[in-house]
Ligand binder design. Sequence first.
Ligand code: AMP
Ligand code: MG
Length: 637
Amino acid sequence: MSLKSKVTGLILAGGRGTRMGRVDKGLQPFRGSTLVAHVLARLAPQVSSLAVNANRNLPQYQAVAGESPVLPDYLDGFAGPLAGLQVGLQFCPTALLLTVPCDSPFFPLDMAERLHAAMEAESADLAMAVTMERDPEQPDAAPFRQPHPVFSLVKTSVLPQLEAYLDTGARRMEGFYKSLRVAEVLFDDSAAFGNINTLEDLQQHERAAATAPAPAPVPARAHDSDPTALAVGEARRLICARVTPVEATEKLSLLNALDRVLAEDIISPINVPAYDNSAMDGYALRGADLPAEGASATFKTIGIAYAGHPFTQAPQAGECVRIMTGAAIPPGCDSVLPQELATSIDGDQITIAHNAIRAGANLRRAGEDLRAGGIAIAQGKLLRPADLGLVASLGIGEVTVRRKLKVAFFSTGDELRSLGEPLEDGCVYDSNRYTLFGMLQRLGCDVIDMGVVRDDPQALEAALRMAAKQADAIITSGGVSEGAADYTRDIMALLGDVAFWKLAMRPGRPLAFGKVQTAQDSAWLFGLPGNPVAVMVSFYLFARPALLRMMGTDSTLPTMQARATQAIRKRPGRTEYQRGIVSTAEDGTPQVRLTGAQGSGILSSMTEANCIVVLHHDQAGVAAGQMVDVMLFDGLV
Ligand code: AMP
Ligand code: MG
């Protein structure tokens, strides 16, 4: 594996640019383009994927980043380079992340390689560039070692450590680096790490450039098979890392709590069952009285124990009690003989052979289901019918659940017509709003249907503002693909920190995700693609897990394996989701065939299908008879 394929590049452009008069440093004009474009051009050949960390002017950064994501800080208030490192690590689809600041367009082209060699040699978590410098005020003094913490190669696995460090409120790079194994790599050319801090620096460099030949520009997109497309799992991880559960809770009677998310652990106030009871209809007796090897024993029945009507007298040696399922075990007894295992029953006399039962058999012990004081159901559980039953079995009639999530959704597109409107030439009925309605309703969200929004900047802005006011999350369809009207993307980016991703998947390549923020309100935005199948697939893969997390619970997409009844064509390098029909083969094992056409606009393929065949990122075509992963619609669609 080449080093490049293991490294993601992160350009740190999230600073305030205080020393430059608060201008956005990365976007300053420099040698015919911008600083950040130069940095990107130097970084691209060293890495397999890229991201830019920026907190302002996101559309402008996006224009430079192309298909690579622009990631705003997760922390508030321009918290510095560690905040950028945090989102970079959250995004990072590879094992290593190489960071560079947006204002240093001269760093060495072999930086990743040299940092990596030291990281390996020293088994370090992080390798950082250092140079030897002299104090210009004291040219005769000894040179000193100048670390460059923002030029570093770091293992993606340090993210939990970084988050723990940030949780303490600390923000300094040096402090964080103290908790890591750091390798320092000495570079000779200290000018390579010079950054452009002031407008004078910038002008000086521009003047120097006018006299010196400019370095040959490296194309920003020096990639082969589009390694900047984000893998599905990474996009999901990144999204889920940002959203948090709603805090408000409410108390509901048990019958109203179905499909809600439990906000507090249910502690069992009692043992369940509350008392030892019989698992069978039969005879309760003392295990010590059971016959010895080769013998049999006869017992006298002294009474009957019914469920709800205990028999409270303790049998003596050679006595037993007729007992029904669920009845409390009479005092002194510890075993139940199922009635069909008696050798003979003659009036109140029953005879038992040796070996009919073991002592202790056929009892349900007090507390064997739940112990008093133990957690019966942990918070975060989405309450299903079995859970309601379990809570009821504890005698609890009310539960505390998280409040419902409010989700606003609308469709975008001039070609869309709502039901009841005539369908003019070139128009289509808006179907996405109905699939989204259904999917959100199934998740148990409070839905806010905002209709169709025209491809018009003002209308879109107004809709997003209105949605942010009312909802926790906004789901839109259409307008996020590259061909779409640019202002859709611009408006989304303008109203918040929204990143536009190109995903390595089909269907559902474009996706916008981020926070829409107005003066008073904010909401998470999921900008799904417009094609009707793509909208559903991307909802399930990205919006659903995030919404469930916001609801306070986890999600798993139920998958199983089935034998493909046909060959399926697929090329490695992206995940494909094809519509399939699972059935049971003659030998009783699951098999799957594809529904016909798989175009991302063909909604009938979704209604016909009962599953999605998942063809993983690195997987190539599948031969007939091979096993494939499928995601069942049951419980999902
Ligand atoms: P877009 O992502 O906006 O370029 O849309 C991609 C394709 O999906 C176009 O063919 C749209 O007409 C179609 N499309 C977008 N939104 C909807 C919708 N709400 N219902 C049905 N088709 C849609
Ligand atoms: Mg459109």
